[in-house]
Write a protein that binds this ligand. Structure first.
Ligand SMILES: NC(=O)c1ccc[n+]([C@@H]2O[C@H](COP(=O)([O-])OP(=O)(O)OC[C@H]3O[C@@H](n4cnc5c(N)ncnc54)[C@H](OP(=O)(O)O)[C@@H]3O)[C@@H](O)[C@H]2O)c1
Length: 277
């Protein structure tokens, strides 16, 4: 198969390249932002033309920055996805986010849960989702991603552990920490599975808080988890409102032949050697 990966220089994009190589896929056009700006419609149509599968990992991921520059964020997360969807149709696998939900749920959001974003980033991603679904493509929602490449919460905790005695971390948001490499492997499998298009949730099973995740990271690194102190989000005001509950359900994987991702805690243990490298 011929693959196009957009946003191939990002955290997930780089793991998608690895997962494709490990799957023996050799016809991979991995386009970083410098190779393909997804907000350039002519370039997008041109790049998509020869591909059997398009994995769109390009995104504006500065959630707080999107609050003040919503137009620029939506150009990437919404309008560019409309172009990609129009050009690739059912060949497109697009990554979206738990931030399309408002976070008021108390049980995992199903794939057809009501989309009601509470911040500018979420509104742009919701626009992108609608275009992909209207064009018959695939939307893979993920959340709380960490990985070997690029800045993320787990790597930040490892860095802070080396420079501070204690770290204060919010304990009032619930989500599924998810290893980007595990997600990349799952999505490469999805592309080859002949599964029905629509929404899939590419997140770990189970959930914790950011504080719970930080303590697990300390424990995995052989450090005292008691050095992580719980606090609340109102102590750390940020421009973009965060959903309090970001846990997603995984029912749609059944019958696809592709396994849902394992529990977040076991996944972290598996990921840790790569993160500590
Ligand atoms: N990280 C998370 O916790 C998380 C959670 C939920 C959903 N997601 C979704 O998962 C996907 C992958 O995210 P990630 O964590 O891998 O983010 P990332 O590391 O920020 O990667 C995004 C990539 O997109 C590139 N990009 C930005 N604007 C572009 C443009 N106009 N044209 C082409 N490329 C462009 C970025 O390049 P520059 O670095 O040069 O700007 C970056 O390499 C995204 O759809 C994101 O919304 C992520």
């Amino acid at each position: 198969m011929r693959w196009l990966v957009t946003g191939a220089g990002g955290m997930l994009g780089r793991d998608l390249r690895t997962a494709l190589a490990e799957a023996g896929e050799t016809e991979v056009l991995a386009a970083s932002r410098a190779d393909l700006d997804v907000t350039d419609p002519a370039a997008v149509r041109d790049a998509v033309r020869g591909a059997d599968v398009v994995l769109n990992a390009a995104a504006w991921t500065d959630v707080d920055g999107a609050e003040t520059t919503e137009q620029a964020a939506t150009a990437v997360n919404g309008h560019a996805v409309q172009t990609l969807a129009g050009a690739a149709g059912k060949r497109l696998i697009h990554f979206s986010t738990d931030y399309v939900f408002d976070g008021s749920a108390t049980a995992p959001y199903p794939e057809d849960g009501v989309v009601a974003p509470v911040n500018a980033y979420g509104r742009g991603k919701a626009l992108g989702e609608r275009a992909v679904l209207a064009a018959g493509g695939y939307v893979v929602r993920t959340a709380w991603l960490y990985g070997e490449h690029g800045p993320n919460f787990v790597r930040t905790m490892l860095r802070l552990a080396a420079s501070r005695d204690t770290v204060e971390v919010v304990d009032d948001q619930q989500g599924p920490p998810t290893w980007s490499y595990a997600l990349a492997r799952q999505v490469v499998a999805l592309a080859g599975a002949g599964a029905a298009p629509g929404v899939y949730h590419g997140t770990a099973a189970g959930s914790t808080t950011w504080c719970g995740l930080a303590r697990a990271v300390f424990a995995e690194a052989g450090l005292d988890p008691g050095r992580v102190r719980a606090t609340t989000s109102d102590r750390f005001p940020r421009p973009a409102r965060r959903p309090a509950y970001s846990v997603l359900g995984h029912d749609r994987w059944s019958g696809t032949g592709v396994a849902p991702l394992p529990d977040w805690r076991a996944m972290l243990t598996e990921a840790m050697p790569a993160l500590l490298r």
